[in-house]
Design a protein around this ligand. Structure first.
Ligand SMILES: [Cu+2]
Length: 505
């Protein structure tokens, strides 16, 4: 059995979800502190946020069946709040400013205490302004001791990074100054933009951040298919509306990747968290055969493979058995529609580590639902007829950078969609736009029950990708009363108005 020290690599605890790393005891809450830090990106210093425990551990590991007992301390010079992405807390503890409660002021704190009914791979991130783009996010692992107890857990958290202040990125996309508070769900955006602007590192400014036109990058001209093989040209989808300076795996690029010590011939549970604000990836295990066993923290019937898509806000649990031998194994994540990639290296002691290029041999395809249609929930929702069916057209376009639901741009005044407690709800999401939208529901797990007209007993999730022209139906039980956010998990789309709320008492 590896000790925690064995799992720590390069002085950071980022990669390992060790059993003793964080566990809140019955008596003491775990303190998570919001901080500013400087990391190095592309050889330059970058001022980012962080969520740290006192010992420097990023994020939190808790036990399924226990309680989530956390004290959040805000050491930033601006208000903030954390959302526990994928968990089902009481509504007031969900961390969406304006919906769940007020943001925590500088120097302030907030306490959280709720039961953790189920395990899984989750994460925490700010839902305040554009803080998420400044890496105000961290892993949140709820361990189930009965699940793969002898496998080494390796957490890989993905992010997209720009030296440009997010407010400026947003204004370039919309072509106009963002109105203060234009998005109540991320209240305080106006003031926040200024704060982020000051905080971001201007010494390293101007590192080639350009908008990629209307999203048609060069790779678009020869769009490969899902499995990465070149296919017919396809110019109808818009991908990657922000051109980032770097893509990070555990805050490192492939120029200086994290080396994660694994056992020779060991068994690894990869917990992949896509915390990128605007970017989707294909996980690529290279020569290693993998087994996808959970998405968004929820078990599915295992799917073998070495390449799996992960949209913004989604997670993957992948089992990997390493062959014997002192060899290193890169685990890379290729940006949708591009050759750019990031990743980490799994390396047994004594293994020779070879440098991995920052560009994949071939561009990755656009994410589609070919994997999603294969996924089957291990514990599906009980069969039940929907009490309420809600059509939600995903609307808007890239040119005007208007994003909306049922053609309604969300504002603080938008009335919630009213539900009744106990009903089975189906959300019929139809994407009328040219971009994919990963749609995230707070406070509930939903099941994918229909894709493009075919019913299925699909995965339980909290974030479902709806590709252009696609129609995805998800079902959930209204069993967690309150006021809940439902939105595109692309940060600037949510900010622009692709956002709605559900409410029931
Ligand atoms: Cu979107």
């Amino acid at each position: 059995m590896l000790t925690r020290r064995d799992l720590l690599v390069n002085g950071t605890a980022f990669a390992a979800a060790a059993p003793f790393a964080a566990g809140a005891t019955e008596h003491d809450p775990t303190t998570l502190t919001l901080q500013r830090r400087v990391i190095e990106v592309n050889g330059k210093p970058a001022s980012v946020y962080g969520v740290r425990q006192g010992d420097g551990y990023a994020g939190l590991v808790a036990e399924a069946g226990g309680r989530f007992r956390v004290r959040l301390e805000n050491e930033l010079s601006e208000p903030s709040l954390l959302h526990w992405h994928g968990l089902a807390p009481p509504s007031q503890q969900d961390g969406v400013p304006g919906l769940s409660g007020p943001a925590v002021p500088p120097g302030g704190m907030a306490d959280y205490d709720f039961p953790l009914a189920f395990g899984g791979t989750y994460f925490m991130h700010s839902h305040f302004g554009f803080q998420e783009q400044g890496l105000l996010a961290a892993p949140l692992i709820v361990r189930d001791p009965k699940r793969y107890p002898d496998w080494q857990e390796v957490v890989v958290m993905l992010a997209d990074f720009s030296f440009r202040p997010p407010q400026e990125i947003y204004e370039s996309l919309t072509g106009q100054k963002a109105a203060a508070g234009s998005m109540g769900g991320m209240a305080g955006m106006g003031s926040m933009g200024g704060a982020a602007h000051e905080g971001m590192d201007h010494a390293a400014h101007g590192a080639g951040m350009e908008m990629s036109g209307m999203g048609h990058s060069d790779a678009m001209k020869h769009m490969p298919s899902q499995d990465g093989k070149p296919a017919a040209p396809m110019a109808t989808h818009d991908l990657n509306d922000v051109a980032y300076d770097a893509f990070l795996a555990n805050e490192r690029t492939l120029a200086d990747p994290q080396l994660i010590t694994v056992e020779n011939g060991g068994r690894v549970l990869l917990r992949v968290i896509n915390s990128a604000c605007m970017s989707a990836f294909h996980a690529d295990l290279g020569e290693l055969p993998g087994m996808l066993v959970a998405v968004d923290g929820q078990d599915v019937a295992a799917v073998p493979g070495s390449r799996f898509p992960v949209a913004a806000g989604q997670r993957l649990d992948i089992l990997v058995e390493l062959p014997k031998g002192a060899r290193a194994f890169p685990i890379v994540f290729v940006l949708e529609g591009e050759r750019k990639q990031t990743g980490v290296i799994l390396a047994p002691r004594g293994a020779q580590v070879v440098r991995v290029a920052e560009l994949a041999a071939q561009p990755s395809g656009a994410l589609d639902l070919s994997l999603e249609t294969q996924l089957r929930a291990s514990q599906p929702l009980p069969q039940r007829k929907a009490d309420r069916v809600i059509p939600l057209d995903l609307t808007g376009d890239m040119a005007s950078y208007v994003w909306s639901i049922n053609n309604a741009i969300w504002t603080e005044k938008t009335p919630p969609i009213e539900l009744a407690r106990g009903e089975r709800v189906e959300l019929v999401m139809t994407n009328k736009t040219m971009m994919s939208h990963p749609m995230h529901l707070h406070g509930h797990r939903f099941q994918v029950v229909e894709i493009d007209g075919r019913r299925l007993s699909g995965a339980l999730r909290d974030t479902a990708l709806v590709p252009p022209g696609g129609r995805v139906v998800v079902a959930f039980d209204a069993d967690n009363p309150g006021h809940w956010a439902f939105h595109c998990h692309l940060l600037y789309h949510a900010q622009a108005g692709m956002f709605a709320t559900f409410r029931y008492a």
